[in-house]
Structures are given as C-alpha cells and as structure tokens.
Design a protein around this ligand. Structure first.
Ligand SMILES: [Zn+2]
Length: 452
C-alpha cells in the first residue's frame, strides 16, 4: 500500500491520539517524588507510552524525565526527538486550550503543533516503518521529553542514563530543516564609577531591552542637547522629566528576539548614546558605548565576526542598578564555525578597564552539520520528495532548538515554511493536512536514514 493511502486510513486515529495528549495540561509544575516536572508532564508521558504500547513498540519510561518507544535491531539508533511538555496556555483562546477542537481541517489546542503534534507524527512514523516489514538494520527510537520548554533537563537525563542517538532529528523546529544553530555566549557587564542615579530596563536577557528608565543628575547633561539627541534616535518614544535635581529619561524602544537584535530598538543603548551626545562625562556611559553601543555586532568586544553561515549578534536585554552599581546582561549569538577558545582569546583584553568590567558567564557550543553531510541530505531529499518544494532554503539560525540538547541530530519540521502555527500563543493550531504531510516526510526521512 502507498504511504499516502495508509496515512489517510490512520488520520482519525492520529487525531484521537493527539487529543489524548492535548488533554493533559503538561506545563511544568512543582517537582513531586518521582515526577521531576510535576503531575502534568508525567501524565502526558504515561499517555504517550500507552499509545506506543498499543502500537506494539518497546517502551521505557526514564524516571518521568522522558521516555521512548523503539523498533528495530542493531547498534545504531535513529532518533526522533519530540517533547510532551507545553508552555502555559496564556490568555486569548477561542476554545479550551486543553481540549483538542476541530474546526473544518484545523485542529486547535495547546501543543497541537509544539510538540505533541511532533510527538504523534513521530509515533505514527514508527508505526508506518514497522508495517513496511523492511529489514531494520538500525533501531529507531522516538524520544518523548518532558522538559524542553524550561531547560531540557529531560535530555540531560537521557544523555546520562541511556545509549546515545547515532543520527536523527527533532520535529521541534521548522522545515526544510536547520543544519546550523549559532553558539551562545552570555556575559554580564558592570559599572565601576557612575553618576547615573538609577537605571532599569528590560525583563529577559534573550530579548532586546524595549523599555528603560534612567535617572541622572540634571547638572550632568545639557537638557536641550539630550532632547535633540534622543529625538534623532530610532526610539519609539521618550520623555524627559525633572525630579528635583535629577532628570528622568523614559525611553521606549522596540522588542525583538536576542538572536535578531537589529529588528528591535534597544532603549538602554540609545539612552546611553544620547547621554554621551548631551555631554555627560561618565565612566560607565563611556564603557557602555565603547563596548555594547548600538550596533549589535560585538565590535566593542573585538567580536565582530562572520562566517559563510552568518554573523555574530550581541544584545543587551536587562539593565539594573543595585547598590549604586549597574549590571547589564549580554546575550551573544556566535557564528557556527567559531569555538570557545577563539572567543576567549579575542575578547580577553577588552573585558575590563578602569571604567567598567565584563565577565563571561557561559559559552555554549554551536550545532553544525555541513549541508552536504549524509544526514542533512537524507532529510532534505525526503522533504523535497514529498512536498516538491525546492525553493525554501535549509536554515542556520541564531536561536537554539531541542537539537542542541542531544548530540547527533538537527531540527527538521514540524512547522512548514510560511506557516504560523501560533506556537506558544493563544489558539495554537495545526491543519490536518500538515499532520499527514509531516508523517509522510518523516517516514521517507527514516527510510533514507536507514539506508545510510
Ligand atoms: Zn517545542
């Protein structure tokens, strides 16, 4: 029987099983004995393993961190790495987020795409491969994690207690696939001496600081010049208010993800730039402008780097003043071909001077498989065979996907190019047509990986 035809027959079962996963609100809860992420994720895992048992797969629950379903024989393992935890539902839903709701060809519910949809697509891929009765020279394992959204401790546990995955993918990104994910470098920068009286901006380190309140002594700047300098910036808005002997600058920027900082407008960075232009002589204003600035390219830390797959980006997300000292978070996304040693060497003599200090908190490895590597080609061929789409480019991204939490794999689907499944948002959706295509692409992909 043709794969398409068999998927057609199984569609109602897939939707029913997806509904059984969606009904468990598997957002992170308080840890319970034997349930490290609380009740919800453990219940979703039990349900998914029940579905997998029903299909006749070998299953295992790894201490409610994650579980897996497996078929086949052999030393090597092809991994399909999906997750069952979800982000909180939030407001604005037109339907109950934890009841799979079907309207025409569209399914609604928290997790229908991210990543309970990916989990169901993976399990049905296993079923189709099993039904083909082809000799399996490798094991094929669907991993079902319970903590992707809040730290991927599920896969850290897997890596500790289980055999490594040889090759494979996670259905937790986008088609036609992501063969590179930039490295991460997190730093904090601190003032030594500053006349700034208070400064507070941003909420998270991985987004552009979109709003910042700064208080400076009125006699430290020329107010008219400050007004002119702020007016020249791309800030969405600003006000300068007098408070006794101080000026309070309220700067409104534009938010954006830290991996694409130039899509936003950094309220803190443009405030600092304007303060300097308004004549403020201050160690930390100088240090900030020399090291962070408004260019988002890392030049101030000697990190203006680029390779064939992209350029380095730098983002200041949070600014806070505590006990008279300002601290700024710095989130850097590093081109995929640079390693930790090179970064440390480049930045070494730019970290500290008499005006300020920066410390490196962590440097995370990039993920990169050459475009023409056998695994990437196997996945691409499957995508093109099923969709006929030869136009959409496979991607290198600045963000990180689940693929980074387990060696050997890349993100491959399950979101299609140009489609918005409203992941992490109200009214998360998935078209039934997309679910069927996912299973078909993944089945072809696993066939290709088996042939390697
Ligand atoms: Zn996800």
């Amino acid at each position: 029987m043709e794969i398409k035809e068999r998927i057609e027959q199984l569609t109602e079962d897939m939707i029913k099983d997806l509904g059984d996963l969606v009904k468990h609100p598997s957002k992170r809860g308080d840890a319970l004995p034997g349930k490290p992420f609380g009740e919800g994720p453990a219940a979703a895992l039990a349900e998914a393993l029940r579905i997998a048992d029903g299909m006749g797969f070998k299953t295992k629950n790894l201490d409610n961190y994650c579980g897996y379903a497996e078929i086949g024989e052999g030393k090597d393992i092809i991994g399909l790495v999906a997750h069952l935890d979800v982000v909180p539902e939030g407001d604005g839903w037109d339907t109950d987020p934890y009841t799979l709701t079907r309207k025409g060809d569209v399914l609604y519910g928290r997790g229908v795409s991210d990543d309970k949809g990916g989990s169901i697509a993976s399990l049905y891929t296993l079923k189709l491969i099993q039904e083909m009765n082809i000799p399996l020279n490798k094991r094929i394992r669907v991993l079902l994690g319970c903590n992707e959204e809040t730290g991927s401790k599920c896969m850290a546990h897997y890596n500790e207690v289980e055999e490594p995955i040889t090759i494979g993918f996670t259905p937790d990104g986008s088609f036609p696939g992501i063969y590179g994910e930039k490295g991460m470098m997190n730093m904090s920068c601190f003032s030594k001496n500053t006349k700034i009286l208070s400064m507070e901006g941003g909420f998270v380190s991985n987004a552009v600081c979109h709003h910042c309140m700064t208080k400076v002594p009125a006699n430290a700047v020329d107010e008219a010049k400050l007004n002119d300098a702020l007016a020249k910036t791309p800030l969405a808005g600003f006000t300068i208010t007098r408070e006794g002997d101080a000026l309070v600058i309220d700067a409104q920027g534009v938010s954006a993800h830290a991996s694409t900082p130039l899509l936003g407008v950094n309220a803190a960075s443009f405030t600092m730039q304007a303060l300097a232009e308004a004549g403020m002589e201050d160690d930390f204003v100088d240090y900030y402008n020399e090291h962070i600035g408004t260019t988002c390219d890392g030049a101030g830390y000697n990190l203006k780097l680029q390779d064939d797959y992209g350029e380095l980006t730098l983002n200041n997300g949070i600014v806070r003043m505590t006990d008279g000292a300002i601290e700024c978070t710095i989130d850097i996304r590093v081109p995929v071909t640079y390693n930790e040693e090179q970064l440390r060497e480049l930045v070494a003599d730019r970290l500290e001077d008499e005006k300020g200090k920066t410390v490196i908190n962590a440097i995370g490895k990039p993920l990169f498989f050459p475009k023409d590597s056998p695994m990437v080609k196997a996945l691409q061929d499957a995508y093109v065979k099923v969709t006929g789409d030869t136009e959409s480019p496979i991607l290198v991204i600045g963000g990180g996907t689940y693929a980074k939490s387990i060696p050997g794999i890349i993100a491959f689907g399950c979101e299609f190019p140009g489609v918005d499944n409203h992941i992490h948002d109200a009214n998360e959706r998935l078209e039934i047509r997309e679910l069927k295509l996912q299973v078909e692409i993944y089945t072809e992909a696993v066939k290709n990986l088996l042939a390697l």
